[in-house]
Structures are given as structure tokens and as C-alpha cells.
Design a protein around this ligand. Structure first.
Ligand code: AMP
Ligand code: SF4
Length: 472
């Protein structure tokens, strides 16, 4: 089976400011705090008091895209900003967000995190009605849907105070999937989260204005006070009058992406009231209860597995040791688009500390196994450094199904847990033993009743439309 996903699959971060001086600088710091969510491209759009939009965007890290000179071209007290991580096929400057749309009824800027599952259907629907697309992005689809809403004659009437609200609610009711969308007009910031609650989005307050961010760590960075999370299915309008909230859907679930807790989010972020570090630590405790082992030291794979390793160590009483060191100046291995580059990436990224692991029975904790490259390489590193036994414990269940909600996790073929049993995988990575956290443990770690766990269970919270055929 070859089934390269054709659309862009983005795992991104969004940040927005309304009514706070120096919105561009705040956005720059906000994006910096969200850098872990996307290292391929970044952009900021500002709007000033005369309704003039300005934009800087480019490919690369936040510090590479922005400088004092280009930031000074962005003026105004409102902005939206974006960091992107796109897989092969989704790159190029044309696809770098935020997008800016010019329309006789008013210009607006738009950015989003997530992935729509019915984008092909929507694209076909819009093209049949005369739309022509410049990019392959879901973001552009939403812009066209918003502007064509009047032609649909649905029940979402124009609100004279918030003219885009009706069209936006109408558009959101046509799309399906995971998203956190920000729309900026000269007078308002519209903020929306998908009705399943798949992607995180938080609201904060700063100097009399408002700030929104994919993660609370960015609110903390700029000194904003956290107010609350944006609710699934909620549309917030922030303007000179303050905050106005309504729902585009009455569907009421909180299927937060489990991988946000397991891997993506920064440990200092709180997602739906649960601190990410605390979640991971608890998952490590549960992992020990579910799969104990006798060993001399617990070693976590930096950085995302350190919290789970601490939990495993505390619960087991086995000392936690810094047996692996990360070179901080190398990006995440996944960024490398080919397997060969990814393999090299792992080698450049991590070293085992010989004096610590030599002669020891090691429990190595990692947050997840996706393609299997990282674990195999790390087990080898630890053995080469003199570990006598390497027992691998993974703080999530086997990742056996692709994600269609904006996380690049490739195809069934590439997902090692969809190809091999746990015993076979243990042999493949060369470990003495291998165990994964249970599905129940995923929920218990955050005391949650609902989560999206589709990549572990195959139970997708939404319909998959034509993505379903990619299962083959
Ligand atoms: P591998 O098994 O070699 O594909 O890599 C798994 C490692 O990549 C895990 O230890 C995670 O830290 C990290 N990881 C898991 N999911 C993703 C993802 N969607 N994007 C980037 N890195 C990921
Ligand atoms: Fe997150 Fe997995 Fe659900 Fe995708 S399928 S949203 S990665 S939990």
C-alpha cells in the first residue's frame, strides 16, 4: 500500500491578541513559547487603528523569520500569529499562515491549527460554485465558506454588531474535523474551537485586552492572566465592547487529543484544567503499576518523557538518573522528511551517559513509539554505553492508527505497531522487555472521561469521509 496523504497535515500553534499595545511584539514572544508546536514556518498579521493590515511570514524558526526590522513594520494593537509544522507536500511560502483575504465587504486574516476531514468534499462544493483556490490549505476553505455563506441561505442571520458571526457559524457547521481558528478583522478577533474539542485553545487577559493561545505556556510567557479554555463548539467575538460568546454547535463533548498530553504540549501548559507535566508523571506511576520491572535506574528520553520517568521512578522507588542527554540545538526527529534523515537526526540528538548507565539494569521510559526508529536507536545507545539490561516502558498505548486531525503520523504502513505485535516490536528494538501504558491508563492519568485516543484505538470521534479508504 502506498498512501501518501495528499493534503497538508499540520500540527501547529496559534496565538492572537486584541486591544493590547505592541501586539506584534507580544505575538513574537507568544510564538516563541509555541515553537515546539511547529518549526517549519511562522507568521504574524497585525491590524492598526486605521484598519490597515500588515504581515510578516516566512519559513524557519520564529527567531529566523522575525527580526527587529521586520517586526517594526507590523503596527497595531491586534494581531493573529501562527507557527507551522507541515509534512512533505505541505510546504512552501504560499501555505504559510496567517492568510490575508481582501474582500469588498472587508479584509480579514485567518489562521488555524488542526485538520478538516471533509476538505475534499467542501473544496468540490465550492469549486462547483465558482471558487478558485490558491493553496491546498484548510484555512483557505474556511475563508471561501465564510464569504459564500450568504448564497447558502441558511439560518445563520447576519448580526449587525458582529457582521462576520453569522457567516462564520454557517461555515463552521459545514466543516468537520479538528480546529482552532482565529479570524482577525479591523474591528474584532473571532476565535473558534471545533465541536469535538480536539485541539486546545485558551483565553487570557492582558492590560485591558485579550490574548488567545493554543497553549497556556504562551500566556504565562507574556504575563497574561489565564481566564478559561475556549469551549468545544464555541465562537468568541472579542471587540471594543469586550467578549461575546456563542456556540456554532450544541454537540457537547471534550475529545481532547490524548497526544497533546502525551507528547505535543509543553509540560508547563495546562490543558482543560490538567497540567501536562502532572498528567505525564501520573502516566509514569500507572505504567509502573501495570508493568513493573526490577532495575537499577530509570532513564527518561529527553525532553517529553522526563515527567513520565519521574513518575515511574517515584512509584517504583528505583532511582531516576540522567542516562541520556539531548543536544538542545537539534530540532525534533520527526521534522526530517525521510527515514534516512530521521535516523541520522536521532544520532545527532541524543547521547547516553556512559558513567551512569555502565553495568546497570536500565528502565528506559519514552512517551510513544510511532515509527520505531527512536526506541531502536536509544536501546542501542544504552547497550553501547554498557547497560546490562534495557527494559522499555512506553507512556502511551501502541500507536497503530493514523491521525486525521492535524498530526503528522504517516500511514498504517509506517506505524510500527500496526505491523508488529508487542513481542515482535520488542525484538525489533532490541529491548529485554517492552510494555505500553493501557488505554485505561491514558484516561486515568488525567482523570478524564473523554479523550480522543483514535491513533491508539482506531475509534475516531468524527466521520472520516474519504480518509477512510486510506486505512487499507
Ligand atoms: P519513532 O518511534 O522513531 O517514530 O519516534 C517516536 C518519538 O517521536 C517519540 O518518542 C515521541 O517523542 C516523538 N513523537 C511522537 N509522535 C510524534 C509526532 N506526531 N510528531 C513528532 N514527534 C513525535
Ligand atoms: Fe490526537 Fe491521536 Fe486523536 Fe490524532 S488520533 S487527535 S494524535 S489522539
Amino acid at each position: 500500500m502506498t498512501n501518501d496523504l495528499q493534503e497538508i497535515h499540520e500540527e501547529c500553534g496559534v496565538f492572537g491578541v486584541f486591544g493590547v499595545a505592541n501586539a506584534a511584539s507580544l505575538s513574537y514572544y507568544g510564538l516563541h513559547a509555541l515553537q515546539h508546536r511547529g518549526q517549519e514556518a511562522a507568521g504574524i498579521v497585525c491590524v492598526d487603528e486605521n484598519g490597515q493590515f500588515s504581515r510578516v511570514k516566512g519559513e524557519g524558526l520564529v527567531t529566523e523569520v522575525f527580526n527587529v526590522k521586520n517586526l517594526s513594520t507590523l503596527s497595531g494593537s491586534s494581531a493573529i500569529a501562527h507557527v507551522r509544522y507541515a509534512t512533505a507536500g505541505g510546504g512552501g511560502l504560499d501555505n504559510v499562515q496567517p492568510f490575508l483575504f481582501h474582500h469588498h465587504k472587508g479584509n480579514f486574516a485567518l489562521c488555524h491549527n488542526g485538520n478538516l476531514v471533509n476538505s475534499n468534499e467542501i473544496k468540490y462544493y465550492l469549486e462547483e460554485r465558482g471558487s478558485i483556490f490558491q493553496s491546498t490549505s484548510d484555512t483557505e476553505l474556511l475563508a471561501h465558506l465564510v464569504r459564500s455563506s450568504r448564497m447558502r441561505g441558511d439560518n445563520f442571520h447576519d448580526d449587525p454588531v458582529h457582521p462576520l458571526l453569522g457567516p462564520i457559524r454557517s461555515a463552521l457547521n459545514m466543516i468537520e474535523g479538528a480546529f482552532a481558528f482565529l479570524v482577525l478583522t479591523p474591528d474584532a478577533l473571532y476565535v473558534m474551537r471545533d465541536k469535538y474539542g480536539l485541539r486546545p485553545l485558551s483565553l487570557g487577559k492582558l492590560n485591558g485586552g485579550y490574548v488567545v493561545s493554543s497553549e497556556t505556556c504562551a500566556l504565562e510567557t507574556i504575563g497574561a492572566d489565564f481566564i478559561r479554555d475556549v469551549e468545544p463548539g464555541e465562537v468568541l467575538v472579542i471587540d471594543a465592547e469586550g467578549l461575546h460568546s456563542c456556540k456554532y454547535s450544541a454537540f457537547n463533548h471534550h475529545y481532547m487529543c490524548a497526544m497533546e498530553y502525551v507528547y505535543f504540549a509543553r509540560p508547563d501548559s495546562d490543558i482543560e484544567g490538567i497540567n501536562v507535566h502532572a498528567y505525564r508523571k501520573q502516566s509514569g506511576r500507572i505504567l509502573y503499576k501495570e508493568s513493573p520491572v526490577e532495575a537499577d535506574i530509570v532513564v527518561g528520553v529527553p525532553d517529553s518523557s522526563l515527567s513520565a520517568a519521574m513518575g515511574y521512578s517515584e512509584e517504583s522507588g528505583i532511582p531516576y538518573e540522567m542516562g541520556l542527554i539531548k543536544n538542545k540545538y537539534i530540532g525534533r526527529t520527526f521534522i526530517q522528511p525521510t527515514q534516512d534523515l530521521r535516523e541520522k537526526g536521532v544520532r545527532m540528538k541524543l547521547s547516553a551517559v556512559r558513567t551512569i548507565v555502565k553495568g546497570k539494569k536500565v528502565v528506559m521510559i519514552d512517551d510513544s513509539i510511532v515509527r520505531g526508529t527512536t526506541s531502536r536507536r536509544i536501546v542501542k545507545l544504552l547497550r553501547e554505553a554498557g547497560a546490562t539490561e534495557v527494559h522499555v516502558r512506553i507512556a502511551s498505548p501502541p500507536y497503530a492508527h493514523p491521525c486525521y486531525y492535524g498530526v503528522d503520523t504517516a500511514t498504517y504502513e509506517e506505524l510500527i505497531s500496526s505491523q508488529l505485535s508487542v513481542e515482535e516490536l520488542c525484538m525489533k528494538i532490541g529491548a529485554d522487555s517492552l510494555h505500553f501504558l493501557s488505554h485505561k491508563g491514558l484516561y486515568e492519568s488525567g482523570n478524564r472521561c473523554e479523550l480522543c485516543t483514535a491513533c491508539f484505538s482506531g475509534n475516531y470521534p468524527t466521520s472520516l469521509y474519504d480518509n477512510e479508504c486510506k486505512k487499507c
